[in-house]
Design a binder for this molecule. Structure first.
Ligand code: CP
Length: 322
């Protein structure tokens, strides 16, 4: 999403990152190329020094109203590696004036006045980042909004798939876990629906199956999908398995969660050799640690890719090249 504003006496458009839906395949390719550049240069000291001057003098504000390990720390690390200054709240839900009843709009109007170059925010309400963007000239990055979206996660997920399979089309992707409330599944489904001949298989319990809005945009983009309860049969067909936590906190009766949702060595035995197992993390007990050593387990390198993809996003938004 772009908005027009007067910046340094020039009328310019700034980009907010609010939904996976906003990215075209050409933009996604641009992000991947830039992430490759940052990954390569981060592996040597001269490369790191070169990168560390790119955005010197600029500042990221990071305002998280929900807990985070990966998203917050990778955004903040990305900013520091690019030479930016960083202003961060660890727990905005408790430590900001939102506890006194200040609205999202007023909070972000204030931040907009402090002259940051970019603001990354996570909030427990769906649409919070869009509400912030509506009152800010400073580019806003949605780092997760309630049960809504997690667009930057879906870009790092897509990057991980692309690095493993060399393509984002013609893939069978199995999603398991909480598909109703899990925002990472919602955003990655949107990205995959932009490419041809992907087939999505959703596995969950009836209370946590994908919502109609996801089914609607998959149907309108021509992306085929099915819903099943048969874990073993789905895993056998998968090029990508994207596993998530069954979030018991959303269920009236958590004891209805059946056994059989934990991926373990026995369950993944018949998966394709070149398939990958992904998870946005954190995991609790839905992937047994004995899977970690399997060459198909991609979730730790997926998390590591988050740093380079977020460096690419900060860089491309700040340099207005996206
Ligand atoms: N994947 C993800 O969003 O992790 P965090 O909640 O730790 O940021």
């Amino acid at each position: 999403m772009r908005i027009a504003g007067i910046i340094n006496n020039e009328r310019r458009e700034r980009m907010h990152i609010l939904s996976a839906e906003q990215f075209s395949p050409a933009q996604i390719e641009k992000i991947f190329k830039r992430a490759d550049y940052f990954k390569k240069n981060s592996s040597t000291l001269p490369g790191r020094k070169k990168i560390s001057t790119i955005h010197q003098g600029r500042q990221l504000a990071s305002l998280f109203f929900q807990p985070s390990t990966r998203t917050r720390l990778s955004f903040e690390t990305a900013a520091v590696k690019l030479g930016m200054g960083l202003i961060s709240t660890e727990n905005a839900r408790e430590n900001s004036s939102s506890t006194k009843g200040e609205s999202i709009e007023d909070t972000f109007r204030i931040l907009d006045g402090y002259g940051y170059d970019i603001i990354a925010t996570r909030h427990f309400e769906v649409g919070a980042a869009a509400r912030a963007a509506a009152v800010c000239e400073t580019p806003i990055i949605n780092a997760g909004d309630g049960k809504g979206e997690h667009p930057t996660q879906s870009l790092l997920d897509a990057y991980t798939i692309y690095k493993s399979h060399g393509r984002l089309q013609g893939l069978t992707v199995v999603f398991g876990g909480d598909l109703r409330y899990g925002r990472t599944v919602r955003s990655l489904s949107r990205i995959l629906s932009k490419y041809k001949n992907n087939h999505l298989i959703f596995i969950s319990i009836p209370e946590l199956q994908v919502n109609d809005d996801i089914k609607g945009f998959l149907a309108s983009s021509g992306t085929t999908f099915e819903e099943t309860a048969s874990v073993a049969a789905a895993l056998k067909k998968a090029d990508v398995v994207y596993w998530t936590r069954l979030q018991a906190e959303y269920l009236a009766n958590p004891s209805t969660i059946p056994k059989g949702f934990t991926l373990n060595k026995r369950l993944i035995k018949n998966m394709k050799e070149d398939a990958i197992i992904m998870h946005p993390l954190p995991r609790v007990d839905e992937i047994d640690p004995d899977v970690d050593d399997d060459p198909r387990a991609a979730y730790f390198r997926q998390a590591a890719n988050g740093l380079y993809v977020r460096m690419a996003l900060l860089d491309l938004v700040l340099s207005e090249k996206l």
